[in-house]
Design a protein around this ligand. Structure first.
Ligand SMILES: [Zn+2]
Length: 303
């Protein structure tokens, strides 16, 4: 039995999952923007899952945004959670639960989760993108997270996607794909098309009504995504694509436009056109499934 947690910028969510992928109810707490508050919220979530869990927990896995020193379990300079800098998560978990901890980057865990239980279940090779506050990526080769020669792997959200977007990315640069495709980019695009809204949730109801400006916004977003996917498939030669994260729920409105862009850009290199672009059936579970997959493998001695 595995205890899986997704520690993100806004929320801490977790559940127990067994090796067959069966899971309990998901506990979600909003994460206070302080180290002390995070420690406390994390303890509450863990305590609650342990109470719910029908069997003894063997191992704990946490997916979180990096960059992190995975071997020591320490946050380095987390872009979206600066208050956690130098926090030794591994030591803290051992202290409060006595459990050994497996850590993974949240987007990479989500990518594994999608080939384990999600939209690409059973696939060996895949590129999975987490569209949300940021643009996370996971490259899966032979059912392993591929990191190249880097400790944290490639960061495909920082590929350059062209000038014209002046917003500075968390990495300090402008023009990163993340600034063209994340939630605030979509909000800005909607505003440019005359859609005024407080939160992106309002876009959902406009799309249901097939509001022309909202539809145009998603069409343009799909074009951007198509341009981006042209680059990543050309680099990795992997044509199974998965989309996860909060914005993936809007895929029915942007996916056709992304496909059209790919077909046009890759008209003379048809072998690079993605065989499929799949949408996560439950984006809130992707990283939790991924952690379970990793722990399952570790406990069988294969990781
Ligand atoms: Zn960047």
């Amino acid at each position: 039995m595995y205890l899986c947690i997704d520690l993100g910028g806004s929320n801490i969510r977790g559940t127990w999952i067994n090796k067959y992928g069966k899971s309990g109810r998901v506990i979600v707490l909003s994460r206070p923007r302080s180290l002390e508050g995070t420690r406390e919220a994390l303890s509450i979530v863990i305590e609650q899952i342990k109470k719910d869990c029908p069997e003894k927990v063997q191992l704990m896995g946490i997916a979180s945004a990096g960059p992190m020193d995975f071997s020591r379990g320490v946050y380095l300079y987390p872009t979206n959670m600066p208050e956690l800098k130098d926090f030794n998560l591994k030591e803290f978990i051992l202290q409060i639960s006595g459990l050994d901890l497996l850590l993974e980057n949240d987007a990479q865990a989500a990518a594994l989760g999608e080939i384990f239980k999600g939209c690409l279940a059973g696939e060996k090779d895949a590129l999975v993108f987490t569209l949300g506050t940021g643009l996370g990526s996971g490259v899966i080769m032979n059912q392993e997270i591929w990191r190249g020669k880097l400790p944290a792997g490639p960061e495909l959200g920082h590929l350059y996607l062209g000038p014209g977007r002046k917003i500075r990315c968390g990495c300090g640069q402008t023009g990163c794909a993340e600034t063209w495709l994340n939630a605030s980019a979509l909000k800005d695009l909607a505003r440019r098309n005359g859609v005024e809204m407080q939160s992106l949730k309002e876009l959902d109801s406009l799309l249901l009504e097939r509001n022309a400006q909202a539809m145009k916004t998603l069409e343009q977003y799909g074009y951007r995504l198509g341009l981006y996917l042209c680059q990543v498939v050309s680099i990795f030669g992997i044509t199974k694509i998965g989309l996860a994260g909060g914005l993936s729920r809007l895929a029915p409105y942007f996916i056709q436009s992304a496909h059209r862009t790919l077909a046009h850009r890759l008209a003379r290199r048809k072998w690079l056109i993605p065989e499929s672009i799949c949408i996560s059936p439950d984006p809130e579970m992707s990283a939790l499934w991924g952690m379970c997959f990793l722990m399952f493998r570790k406990s069988r001695g294969n990781a």
